[in-house]
Design a binder for this molecule. Structure first.
Ligand SMILES: *[C@@H]1O[C@H](CO)[C@@H](O)[C@H](O)[C@H]1NC(C)=O
Ligand SMILES: *[C@@H]1O[C@H](CO)[C@@H](O)[C@H](O)[C@H]1NC(C)=O
Ligand SMILES: *[C@@H]1O[C@H](CO)[C@@H](O)[C@H](O)[C@H]1NC(C)=O
Ligand SMILES: *[C@@H]1O[C@H](CO)[C@@H](O)[C@H](O)[C@H]1NC(C)=O
Length: 610
């Protein structure tokens, strides 16, 4: 699998033929349907292609999309008393495939949420519109993987943005934006999508899916002949005169950008909130307004410092960069980066590709390692230590896993059945953010300076994300924008105990690690403060998102209880993590919720769990 780090149309990110899993099922064998129809798929999963309007804002627009949905069934039948309904998930990105993430992490999440014999959930996810196996798909380089790879290599070759690359990069991105516009208009992807990918549409799609699931359940109940009369009588008795309502509600777990989606959903459709757990919290205001993406890196450099000090404490047997009686791991690392600025490493990959490794590559690799300390710190330390000693093969392997298109698959049409396209991410985030198209190099220089001022490790890389929008909104005016306020009315109930119409059924549960490289605790606090009654669960752990990094019995219990009762911590609660970043032998409790092979460096999305 080739993988990429970013979403942006820039050279620092590669692109990937995405998860192998997705290519093992041919979605075209399912005919899209207006009503939800599940089909067997993969191994033990159910898949559907659900038709939804392309433009909810224009009732006379007949165009539709087909959402790729996937379900991991509950361990009990739907009519079991312990069946607790669907929990939706989103893995972040933006641009990430819910299908892919459910295949790898759905079972682990179900294990965490289920209360055996009492509550059993089905886990549902979907590829958001324009992404993965949903159609039409955002793809600016249809049938031309080589063209895409060439553009990415050219961008990468210009060097970091805080060097002299800026005017060239801006111009190249404009050309790519033009190509996206041509592709979208030509029909090569089966219809237009790039102007309709913003998060308000995705939140509305979730309302649509929740309704269709409820409709399917009602249909199936009707079909159970024996129970038909009983059910009718029961629902007749249920008709109450108080203000409670029976509208289907969303149960949801969102990671990273998925917290943006959850926050939009709650703020736009508060009366549809059942349970919402948001882990790895993005500041939705910063994401949607102003220059954008300026608050993510607040803790990144501090976390990097913890890598260096932790390395020394862990000692040479655990961290290859450590030296007995020499605490200056960080000093030696940056001294070496200084040398790379004078003389970058020249290398040849095992497949014969030539590659130059700059200090910026290493900085980005460090930033990537901070997402998943337990999976990455040892390997990153070893790779860097090897390179310092003259063996760069592990560094090269990481670069090709993530930052450099390998060209190996470039002659395949679209590089596989389901490819990851960074324009999918740009389609979402550029539509959601303020229009930054056409701003000049002076403006961007200032923007980059601010990012680097916040984080020397990751600031230059992070600037690419918004810069991809330089050529974007200009071409695709988003059909639907939402700028907040990101707030909800308090959860409220009728005398009969039903959630009131227009109110959430429970407050939102926010979750954050103590130190997160791209979604700092401060963002979780800021977002929680705006939702009355919200609770914040803090894991004493490092890394991006608590699930997958800060796991503990304490964390899992809080989460399962929340889905059961709707009760959140009063203000903040803290959970210790069961494993630290340098613990070698350490089994976390419960299931691995977020399991990715080689997670440490096969990372694709800046705000996602893979
Ligand atoms: C992808 O799956 C195919 C068969 O389904 C397998 O042959 C191939 O090795 C897999 N590739 C990766 C990178 O896992
Ligand atoms: C709504 O859709 C119709 C049919 O496609 C189109 O003619 C019209 O221009 C659209 N209206 C807006 C405001 O986009
Ligand atoms: C370089 O490191 C790799 C591991 O990444 C190892 O397999 C290889 O043998 C090393 N090469 C030399 C010349 O030491
Ligand atoms: C860039 O745009 C700003 C206004 O946003 C303007 O003040 C400045 O002069 C421009 N710089 C150049 C070099 O054109």
């Amino acid at each position: 699998m080739r993988a990429a780090v970013g979403i942006a149309l820039n050279g620092l990110v590669g692109l990937a033929a995405a998860g192998n899993a997705s290519s093992q099922f041919d979605w075209t064998t399912i005919a899209p349907s207006k009503h939800l129809e599940y089909h067997d798929c993969f191994d033990g999963f159910k898949c559907a292609r659900l038709i939804a309007p392309l433009d909810y804002r224009n009732a006379s627009d007949p165009r539709t999309i087909a959402l790729a949905m996937i379900k991991l069934p509950a361990v009990v039948p739907d009519d079991d008393a312990a069946f607790a309904g669907p929990v939706f998930t989103n893995p972040g990105g933006p641009g990430g495939s819910g299908v892919e993430s459910l295949l790898s992490g759905g079972k682990g999440l179900r294990d965490v949420l289920d209360k055996p014999g009492r509550r059993h959930y089905e886990i549902v996810s979907f590829d958001p519109r324009g992404i993965g196996s949903s159609t039409p798909r955002a793809n600016c380089f249809a049938h031309d993987t080589l063209g895409r790879d060439a553009a990415l290599l050219e961008l990468r070759g210009r060097g970091p943005l805080d060097g002299g690359a800026l005017p060239y990069v801006l111009a190249l991105q404009k050309a790519i934006g033009r190509r996206c516009q041509d592709a979208d208009e030509s029909g090569v992807n089966g219809g237009q999508i790039l102007g309709y990918m913003g998060t308000p549409n995705v939140a509305r799609d979730m309302v649509h899916m929740v309704d269709k699931i409820a409709e399917l359940r009602a249909r199936e109940a009707d079909a159970r002949d024996a129970r038909f009369e009983l059910k009718r009588r029961r629902s007749y008795e249920d008709v109450d005169t108080d203000d409670g309502d029976d509208v289907p509600r969303l149960q949801y777990v969102g990671y990273s950008y998925g917290t943006v989606l959850g926050n939009y959903f709650a703020s736009m459709f508060p009366g549809r909130v059942g349970r919402l757990m948001l882990d790895g919290v993005v500041n939705a205001k910063d994401y949607s307004s102003g220059p954008g993406w300026l608050t993510n890196l607040r803790d990144t450099d501090e976390l990097a410092d913890r890598f260096f000090t932790g390395c020394h404490l862990a000692g040479p047997e655990n961290c290859a960069l450590a030296r007995e009686n020499d605490a200056a791991v960080k000093g030696r690392f940056y001294e070496w980066l200084g040398k790379l600025d004078e003389e970058p490493i020249s290398a040849v990959s095992p497949t014969g590709a030539v590659v130059v490794i700059s200090s910026q590559d290493i900085r980005e690799m460090l930033g990537q390692a901070l997402y998943t300390p337990r999976d990455s710190f040892r390997g990153f330390a070893k790779a860097v230590d090897d390179a310092m000693k003259g063996n760069s093969s592990a560094i090269v392997e990481r670069l090709f896993a993530r930052q450099i298109p390998s060209l190996k698959d470039a002659c395949e049409v679209d590089g596989g059945a389901v490819a990851f396209f960074q324009e999918a991410g740009a389609g979402v985030l550029c539509a959601d953010g303020d229009d930054v198209s056409g701003l000049n190099a002076t403006w961007w220089k200032h923007y980059i300076r601010r990012q680097v001022g916040t984080s020397t490790v990751f600031g230059a890389y992070w600037s690419n994300i918004r810069m991809a929008c330089n050529a974007w909104n200009f071409n695709f005016r988003p059909n639907w924008v939402f700028k907040g306020p990101f707030t909800t009315p308090p959860a409220a109930y009728s005398a009969a105990g039903k959630p009131l119409a227009g109110h959430p059924a429970a407050p939102i549960l926010f979750v954050s690690n103590r130190l997160d490289p791209v979604t700092p605790l401060a963002a979780a606090r800021a977002m929680a403060a705006q939702h009355p009654g919200a609770g914040l669960l803090i894991a004493e752990a490092f890394g991006h998102c608590a699930m997958g990094n800060g796991e503990s019995a304490c964390l899992h219990k809080h989460i399962a209880d929340y889905f059961d009762t709707g009760v959140v911590p009063d203000g903040e609660a803290v959970c210790e993590a069961d494993c630290g970043p340098w613990d070698e032998e350490c089994d976390t409790v419960g299931a691995q919720v977020i399991h990715q092979e080689n997670r440490g460096y096969h990372r694709k999305y800046p705000l996602g769990i893979f």
